[in-house]
Design a protein around this ligand. Structure first.
Ligand SMILES: Nc1ncnc2c1ncn2[C@@H]1O[C@H](COP(=O)(O)OP(=O)(O)OP(=O)(O)O)[C@@H](O)[C@H]1O
Ligand SMILES: [Mg+2]
Length: 401
């Protein structure tokens, strides 16, 4: 018997978008999305799915899994992540081109796909003025009057309709998987909603499966009031205690390693079922143990390493993107506890008037650090962020000035 557990075989995988060894507790959501896609494929109506959840809860890996599920069933997909600062049309254009080129290889859909590529050419050329970041290869000449008005809302709808017809011709569907949707600027989001609406009215087999922070729901509603009829917003939450326990034990079990029951309970309660934390705790508990079973003592010994690793990889990257005033705002929130908190209480805590802090709060929402579950309420988008803020800013300086 080796005197330590082999770190090389350590199965846990903390990391943004890193697939977990066991995707626990998401079967129901996967099935729901599978059904929606299959319905759309045969021309039945189904709402587009926009999954919302806090940071590190597993949205990205779920989106990727759903994409793999869809491809396995013969559906065409594309995948994008809306970063801050790039336009949606620029992200979509090259991906749509690839999808159309693929569809053009199917004999029955060839003509329709080529018309789609013409629409794309018109789209890219006419919108280039407004969205200078559009870069896409043009395979065909544009067709006059097809997706070339220079107005995003109309042109995107015309383009997606054309893509939908090509997918329909090929007896398949095109599903656009979009991550971090909350970063898409409102007018571009509105255009996407309109386009999806137009395609849905014609029962075209094209849809979006999206993911983002909880502020996404409000953004969609503000962009288009009918968004709620078009989208389902399933919540991707922390894992139930049973699923969390499975996420910890199953990967070890596959390698003939066990955890004692109290060790599992400790991880479940310290992580509150949040997947990123589960991976980090599992990883360090494994490395701290010398043999199977991994015990509560091992988990306790791993505690310092785990917290340090989480601060470094998960919390600090977010914290570093904030200005000093934004940090003070977050620190004041943390002082009040996990939240949500009334904006007025946060301002009081800082000794400021609530209206003078409105721009700071808005910036933090735009950066995806906080969100507003209800009017006047403010909550962290990062689980356990209050505890981190107290570690990061232990003194009292934040209250001054
Ligand atoms: N269902 C699950 N079971 C176990 N581990 C999971 C599960 N889902 C995600 N994880 C793990 O959690 C971590 C975070 O996953 P992911 O990056 O998908 O979260 P996210 O919601 O996209 O976070 P962010 O909002 O920061 O982008 C990864 O290490 C992943 O392996
Ligand atoms: Mg993600």
């Amino acid at each position: 018997m080796i005197d330590r557990m082999d770190p090389i075989r350590n199965p846990y995988s903390p990391g943004a978008g890193t697939p977990p060894p066991e995707l626990a507790g998401r079967d129901e959501l996967r099935e729901r999305v599978r059904i929606a896609i299959e319905r759309i494929k045969i021309g039945n109506p189904a709402k587009s799915v926009l999954m919302v959840g806090l940071r590190g809860v597993g949205k990205t890996v779920l989106l990727d899994q759903m994409r793999a599920d869809a491809e396995a069933s013969g559906v065409h997909t594309l995948r994008l992540e809306a970063p801050e600062g790039r336009s949606l049309p620029a992200l979509l254009a090259p991906q749509l081109r690839t999808a159309l080129l693929q569809l053009s290889r199917t004999e029955v859909a060839k003509e329709l796909a080529i018309r789609g590529l013409r629409a794309l050419a018109g789209f890219a050329q006419s919108l280039k003025v407004k969205y200078a970041d559009i870069e896409v290869g043009l395979d065909f000449e544009p067709e006059k009057g097809l997706a070339d008005n220079g107005d995003l809302e109309g042109d995107l709808a015309a383009l997606l309709e054309q893509v939908g017809r090509a997918a329909q011709g090929a007896r398949t569907a095109l599903v656009m998987f979009i991550d971090e949707l909350q970063y898409v600027p409102e007018e571009q989001f509105a255009a996407l909603i309109t386009a999806l609406h137009r395609c849905a009215q014609q029962r075209l087999p094209i849809t979006v499966v999206g993911a983002g922070l909880p502020q996404l729901v409000g953004r969609a509603g503000r962009a288009k009031s009918y968004a709620e009829r078009l989208f389902d917003y399933p919540l991707v939450g922390p894992l139930s205690p049973v699923d969390a326990a499975r996420a910890i034990t199953k990967p070890a079990q596959d390698l003939d390693v066990r955890f004692t029951a109290d060790a599992v309970d400790a991880i479940v309660s310290r992580t509150q079922g949040y997947p990123y934390f589960i991976q980090e705790w599992g990883k360090h508990a494994w490395d701290a143990a010398s043999r199977t079973p991994i015990t509560l003592t091992d988990v306790d010994r791993a505690s310092g390493m785990t917290v340090a690793a989480l601060d470094e990889s998960f919390f600090k990257v977010r914290f570093d993107r904030c200005t000093p005033l934004e940090k003070r705002y977050l620190r004041a929130m943390a002082e009040l506890g996990p939240g949500p908190h009334r904006s007025g209480d946060i301002a009081d805590m800082m000794g400021r008037k609530v209206n003078t802090l409105a721009p700071t709060r808005n910036q933090l929402i735009l950066k995806g650090m906080i969100w507003s579950p209800n009017h006047g309420d403010t909550a962290f988008t990062v689980p356990l962020f209050d505890q981190f803020m107290k570690r990061a800013m232990p003194g009292r300086e934040w209250q001054e000035g």
